[in-house]
Design a protein. Structure first.
Ligand SMILES: Nc1ncnc2c1ncn2[C@@H]1O[C@H](COP(=O)(O)OP(=O)(O)OP(=O)(O)O)[C@@H](O)[C@H]1O
Ligand SMILES: O=C(CO)[C@H](O)[C@H](O)COP(=O)(O)O
Length: 419
């Protein structure tokens, strides 16, 4: 991997590691008078230079192309409304790769970024262009595209995908302000999580795989109450008001992204208890798009058939209201999908191996890996139902996708380094 250092003609600005053929660096600097940027390799040789892109809406933006050879970052998008389980999902995903995910060492304590050996998770809230006061003054919510900088999001995700580090802004959820940027180096896997990973078509096209967590209104409300009332001391009225205030923009800008997702985890109230309004028992559907490169949907018993399965009995302990699985082909937003559904909850996680052994295409490295992951994180929310089960399965599919993409890149001829 080649190491490049970026200088302007005047002063040193940032260092980045490049591991790509054809990297593009979107460079953003506020106080800069010279209009040329020169990129040097680690041995001091001039690598490439670029004039300022005066057509760009962002001041002093430079686009640099350099050749260095090597592997690309795999980019995963995870979309969901706030409080819908993205952080929990991320913890399950990074655990599949081993090693803990932590905020950047020695950086801003309010950073939203999580880094582990293989993955870096960035939160798209960091691309809010309006801070809390700005949004209030303009009367827009954070879900409104006008409160977000999609140009910068696109430039930076593209740069990272091409192996170039970026100075990413930080939205501080404690103060509601935009903090000074943090350096993000290109990881093996970049996860962009937040409200709008699939909203802008340019960003969407950079994604190697996309996931939408679709939590039905009833369930979202139950979770919000549990967290914001119990853990954050909010009143029931204020929680209701905040959900209502967000709903029009959620419906307009967030929800439509699910049509683009390669996998959707849909969380609904159970059908096993008539007129249930407690929201404790869940019916969860894993909707998997057919024909996605490097992604083979999971199936139950027989691929492409329609199956209904009640596994409760001798090998799986079920208390009221039991567990019901379904599987089959469907059409979702005009696309062919396979849907695996689980209604109900597990009593004993160790018995999950019985269910796991009836599923195929799980992309496990060994027999029982899903069950092992579930047991490892038994204390995470959703571990006794389809939310945790399907999140774990999607985590394994992402690992498989990453391995397949890496293997296909390794086979491709490597372009010679330019320096
Ligand atoms: N699968 C689940 N089952 C039950 N409750 C859940 C589940 N996932 C999340 N929750 C509830 O929702 C809360 C928020 O979860 P999490 O922090 O993972 O969401 P988030 O989308 O990252 O939230 P935010 O964007 O606000 O940080 C949890 O504290 C928990 O109360
Ligand atoms: O929808 C959200 C995504 O997390 C937040 O509400 C948004 O980022 C604004 O944050 P805050 O409420 O802390 O100002």
């Amino acid at each position: 991997m080649a190491v490049c250092t970026v200088y302007t003609t005047q002063s040193l600005n940032s260092t980045f590691t490049s591991s790509t053929t054809k990297s593009h660096l979107g460079f953003h600097q506020k106080h800069h008078h010279h209009h040329q940027l020169v990129l040097f390799s680690s041995n001091g040789k001039k690598w490439w230079s670029s004039k300022r892109d005066d057509q760009s809406s962002v001041a002093n933006r430079y686009v640099i192309t350099c050749s260095a050879g090597g592997q690309q970052t795999v980019v995963i998008g995870l979309a969901a409304d706030s409080g819908c389980g993205k952080s929990t999902f991320m913890r399950r995903l990074t655990s599949v790769f081993g090693g803990a995910a932590e905020p950047p060492k020695g950086g801003n304590p309010d950073s939203n970024t999580l880094i582990s050996d293989t993955t870096t998770v960035i939160c798209l809230d960091d691309y809010h262009s309006l801070d809390r006061t700005g949004r209030k003054e303009k009367g827009v919510t954070a879900l409104d595209p006008r409160a977000n900088d999609f140009d910068l999001m696109y430039e930076q995700v593209k740069a990272l995908k091409n192996g170039v580090a970026v100075d990413k802004p930080i939205y501080n959820h404690v103060t509601g302000l935009l903090d000074p940027p943090e350096l993000i180096k290109p990881p093996k896997i970049l996860v962009i999580e937040g409200l709008h990973p699939m909203y802008d078509s340019r960003v969407r096209d950079l994604l190697d795989f996309s996931i939408y967590l679709d939590i039905s209104n009833e369930v979202k409300f139950a979770w919000k109450i549990q967290r914001d009332m119990a853990e954050r001391g909010h009143s029931l009225e204020s929680i209701k008001a905040s959900i209502e205030a967000r709903k029009p923009d959620f419906d307009a800008y967030i929800d439509p992204q699910k049509q683009y997702a390669d996998a959707v985890i849909e969380v609904l109230p159970t059908k096993l208890i008539p007129d249930d309004n407690e929201g404790k028992v869940l019916r969860v559907r894993l909707i998997m798009k057919e024909g996605v490169e490097f992604f083979d949907p999971v199936y139950l018993f027989d691929e492409g058939s329609t199956i209904s399965w009640i596994p409760c009995g001798r090998k799986l302990t079920c208390s009221y209201p039991g567990i019901k699985f379904s599987y089959g082909p469907e059409i979702y937003y005009g696309n062919e999908v396979s849907v695996l559904e689980m209604d109900g909850q597990f009593d004993r996680l160790d018995e999950l191996i019985y269910v796991e052994s009836h599923l195929s295409n799980l992309s496990t490295n060994f027999y029982g890996e899903v069950t092992q992951q579930m047991l490892k994180h038994a204390d995470f929310p959703g571990s006794n139902n389809g939310t945790g089960f399907f999140q774990t399965i999607v985590g394994l599919k992402i690992r498989d996708l990453f391995e397949q993409i890496s293997a296909s890149k390794a086979k491709a001829p490597v372009e010679a380094a330019k320096a």
